[in-house]
Ligand binder design. Structure first.
Ligand code: FPP
Length: 306
């Protein structure tokens, strides 16, 4: 009797770990598939609009603040996934300049959540090589939050395994207004103000533009998010609510990105010619354009983007 129980227990343990091994093998195969199939198709920089926390909470009869708390959990998961999938930079929209208009208890919950998350997660993220940046206006945030932001930025300044930018008290229009004020204060003559000048006065001056914007929660708008930087980003919207966003959702977004043609305002033939020139290949532009479009997998050099 006892022997049979032990046999059953062993079979159960084998089944459990065998299942976990199979799942891990499946996951590795999926990672391998993406890297192999898409080469450089993995976007360098994904910017997320983490929408749907409120609906997630309401559908469970929970206060909205619990949805935001579940949103932080999803963010932890997505940082891990981006690392697994070799996405080196992500930017998240955590609090917009317009969010000040939400009920006071929700605003205060979001402020508290940022402070708490910095306190609980930054040491671990630092030891994992993650660089953290704040993007947005510091002015208007409580002093303890500003101090926490300075601390996390200083601590992680030399990390380069993955870069996580948190847009907090961020608005795309406010960012442009701030940039114009600074340009005027710097007395730059109007005829010397170029697109590069403006980019260099944005909060994101040190960051590359996003390649892909992912919005959860099903809406199809930018909501004042990175409006200058997103000029040539690919856009992807999913009905999944942010707290539910997981590996399958990220893979779907990456697959969608890999299938897009990025032309940056040019024609297929021009881009094929540029790509051939880069690779030292002298095939005619027309011939090359008939080929699988090289822009489809995002392999264009950064220089071609501007
Ligand atoms: C939009 O969902 C989400 C926000 C306004 C806040 C996003 C914040 C987090 C995910 C957590 C905070 C992050 C950090 C880094 C502390 P919504 O509330 O508008 O959702 P709804 O459309 O369903 O109402």
């Amino acid at each position: 009797m006892a022997k049979r129980r032990i046999r059953n227990l062993r079979a159960l343990v084998r089944a459990f770990f065998g299942g976990a091994r199979a799942r891990e093998a499946e996951r590795q195969a999926e990672l391998g598939r993406l890297r192999f199939r898409d080469g450089q198709a993995i976007p360098h920089h994904i910017a997320f609009i983490m929408d749907g926390n409120g609906r997630w909470a309401t559908s469970r009869h929970l206060p909205r603040s619990m949805g935001h708390r579940a949103g932080v959990e999803a963010l932890r998961r997505v940082v891990r996934l981006c690392n697994d999938y070799h996405v080196p930079m992500l930017t998240v929209y955590a609090f917009s300049t317009e969010n000040w208009g939400r009920p006071a208890d929700e605003v205060s919950a979001l402020m508290g959540l940022l402070w708490e998350t910095i306190r609980t997660d930054v040491d671990r993220l630092n030891s994992e090589g993650v660089r953290l940046r704040h993007v947005g206006r510091l002015e208007g945030l409580d002093q303890d939050i500003q101090d926490a932001i300075h601390w996390m930025e200083d601590l992680t300044r030399n990390n380069d395994k993955l870069e996580l930018n948190v847009c907090f008290n961020y608005g795309g229009r406010a960012e442009l207004v701030d940039a114009v004020h600074e340009i005027i204060a710097a007395k730059i003559p109007p005829d010397q103000v170029t697109e590069e000048t403006i980019s260099s006065y944005l909060y994101t001056r040190d960051l590359p533009d996003p390649d892909l914007i992912v919005r959860t929660g099903g809406e199809m708008r930018l909501s004042n998010y990175l409006i200058w930087q997103a000029a040539y980003a690919e856009y992807y919207s999913t009905a999944t609510l942010w707290p539910d966003f997981g590996e399958a959702d990220l893979v779907a977004a990456l697959d969608a990105y890999a299938s897009r043609k990025r032309r940056f305002g040019k024609t297929d033939a021009q881009l094929a010619a540029e790509s051939n020139a880069e690779n030292g290949n002298d095939a005619s532009p027309v011939e090359a354009a008939g080929d699988a479009n090289p822009s489809r997998n995002g392999t264009y050099p950064q220089a071609a983007r501007h």
